[in-house]
Design a protein around this ligand. Sequence first.
Ligand code: DGY
Length: 327
Amino acid sequence: HTPAASRKFKILVARAIFPEALAQLEESYEVQSNQSDKILTAEELKKALSEVDGALVAGSERIDAAALSDAKNLKVVANISVGYNNLDVPAITAAGVMATNTPDVLTDTTADFGFALLMATARRMTESEHWVRSGKWDQWSIVNNPLGMDLHHSTIGIIGMGRIGQGIAKRALGFGMKVVYHNRSHLSDADEKSCGATYVSKEELLRTADHVVLVLPYTAQNHHTIGAPELALMKTTATLINIARGGIVDDGALAQALQGGRIFAAGLDVFEGEPQVHPELLKCKNIVLAPHIASATEKTRRAMVDLAVENLRAALDGKRPPSLINT
Ligand code: DGY
C-alpha cells in the first residue's frame, strides 16, 4: 500500500462532464470516469467510492452511509449542483468526508429560467404552439384564442427566498409585479428592500398570489409543501411554478387541481420520481413541462463543473473548499 502523499490521488467522475474539464483532471489525478453518463447503480457507486480519494457527483448519486461503507480513502464529495438533497450530510460528516455544492454560479441562469417558465405558463405558450403545429389555428379571434393571465402588475408569491428566489423577485420588479415571499427566516431589511419583497405567511401567500413560484430546498420537512390543501387555498386564476425539486409538490394532487380547474396552470421543471412524470400530469393541457433544465446553459454548466472541480482540488490539497457544506 503506497502512502497517500507519494501517489497520485484517485478520483471518481460519476457523470459525463465537458471533455476539457476531464482532460485537466487527468493531468493531476488517476481518474475513473463514467463518460457513458449511464447512472451508476448503488452497488457500482459504493464500489467506485471504495477506490477513490475524491468524487465528483450530481443529484443522481445518493451519497449516504451505505454508499460510504467501504470508502476508506474518500476525503471529498463534490456535488455538481446547488441542491444537495442527494447527500446525507450527517452521514458524510460522520464518515469524515467533506461535502461541497455549486452555489452562486447558477443563480441568474436559474432565475432567468424560472421567469421564462412562469411567462410560458401564464401565457399558455406550449398549448399555443401545439395549436399552431397541429394546423388547428384557422383565424385570429378576440375570444377563441388561448387567453392567458397577465404577469405585469400582478402579485408573485415566492416560496423559498434564497439566492434564486431573490433573483426571481428582482426580475418581477421589472414587470411591475408586487412581490410577497415566504421563507424559513425573514430577509434582512436591506435585502427585502432590494427585492421589493414583503414577508407573508404561507397561507396568505397562497391566498393572494397570482403566480406562486417554488424555489426552496428539498428536505424531509418540505415534502409536499404544496398538496391538495394548499392548492385549495390558491386562486382559481393562479399559476404554480416548481423549479425547486420534485417531492415539494404532490404531483398527483396537482394533476387533479389542473384537470378540475382548481388552478389556472402549472409550469414544472422538476418532478416526483423524475425522469418519470406522473401520467395524469401528462394528460393536462394547462401545463408547461421541462426536463430539469433551469441551470442548463453552456456557460453555467461549465461554471458548475469548474466550481465543483475547484472544491475537489482544494479538499485534496488539504485546503478549505470554497463551497463546503459540512463545516
Ligand atoms: C441544482 O443545481 O440543484 C440543479 O437542480 C441541478 O441538480
